[in-house]
Design a protein around this ligand. Sequence first.
Ligand code: CO
Length: 464
Amino acid sequence: MAVKITETILRDAHQSLIATRMTTEQMLPIIDKMDKVGYHSVECWGGATFDASLRFLKEDPWERLRKLRAGFKNTKLQMLFRGQNILGYNHYSDDVVEYFVQKSIANGIDIIRIFDCFNDLRNLETAVKAANKEKGHAQIALSYTLGDAYTLDYWKDTARRIEEMGADSLCIKDMAGLLVPYEAEKLVKALKEGTKLPIQLHTHYTSGVASMTYLKAVEAGCDIIDTAISPFSMGTSQPATEVMVETFKGTQYDTGLDQNLLAEIADYFRPMQEEALKTGLLNPKVMGVNIKTLLYQVPGGMLSNLVSQLKEAHAEDKYYQVLEEIPRVRKDFGEPPLVTPSSQIVGTQAVLNVLQGERYKMITKESKKVLGGEFGQTIKPFNPEVQKKAIGDAEPITCRPADKIAPQLAKFEEDIKEWKQQDEDVLSYALFPQVAMEFFKYRQAQQTKVDVNAADTKNQAYPV
Ligand code: CO
């Protein structure tokens, strides 16, 4: 069967390579061509794009989505959604999750890829149900990781449970590039035994094996792969779209995509890549093969965060000590996958453990939340000594964490009523209160400016 392609240039590719800084204006001119390709979907929203739009680009992410929707007339639009964390870093109440899903679909999203950093399926329930209700495609992603608890049977059983939950498809989300080709073959075969759902594979080139992994996965029955148009492919991004299309040409997996059209799209993005290299936004280092990611099982994005944290603390010489501390902290925390937000929490705690010269002398607020069960259940139990240090005699949460969170929407509505210009504003504020408020103020100031200019012109045209 023809393998299908999800193009990531408008979300993960620029998130992974240029810190999510691609603007809507940079995207719009090429959409017409992209819409003619015949992709399975274009991933273009969610993940870090929402935060980055508001924070750095001073853009309304909802407005971006509506513009993309208007341009993509034939192509499904896809977003990445962190379960009960939505696009933020904390758990939110169910009413916020439901409303976010509803508005994402109403503004143009077709496919919502939903994952949880612990693979605690309870944290996906609300989002999946909401997507089903809004007639969106709910894809549940397994956060792929390594460790003795993560057996093929575990993955297979999880796939079965995902199907039962009402997912429309399943994704293997290999954010760190840990999935090597022959393991991918075994994993896809096992998942196919556990579920009838279509299987999509998402990986990163970080460790250099990604295109081989796709080849073996597709041969094993994987239905859809995530790729990025060549100027923003490889390194910490995905394998190149054109390369995978050419690989399968003339075989039973032939994608049928037109290389000439893909070449025109690549030509559009190439100057953007060159410019990013010139300004330093794109660091050539992230384009290479980083084998440390396999040795330490740490995602590429986490490695670069680590370097900057240590730089700030003038402790760059502690890099390898921290790299060795990360798997130990991960173990204490029940061996979760390392993906937003668990990657940041484990990484920061590991840095503290090394810099303080004593493990868990200082425990971050987020680590305390994890060890108190506020992010859900990990595959293995927490280290009881570390847990005791973190939360003392407090009773850890064992139920679905959101069951402990009262509805939040009404209060958020109240907070922003002076600034609200569209229904969606309350969701921007719910996720990033400070950043959204700054954006609302900026937006209003811009509008006042425009009004004043318009008034000036009017006065000039009709002098009194
Ligand atoms: Co990714």
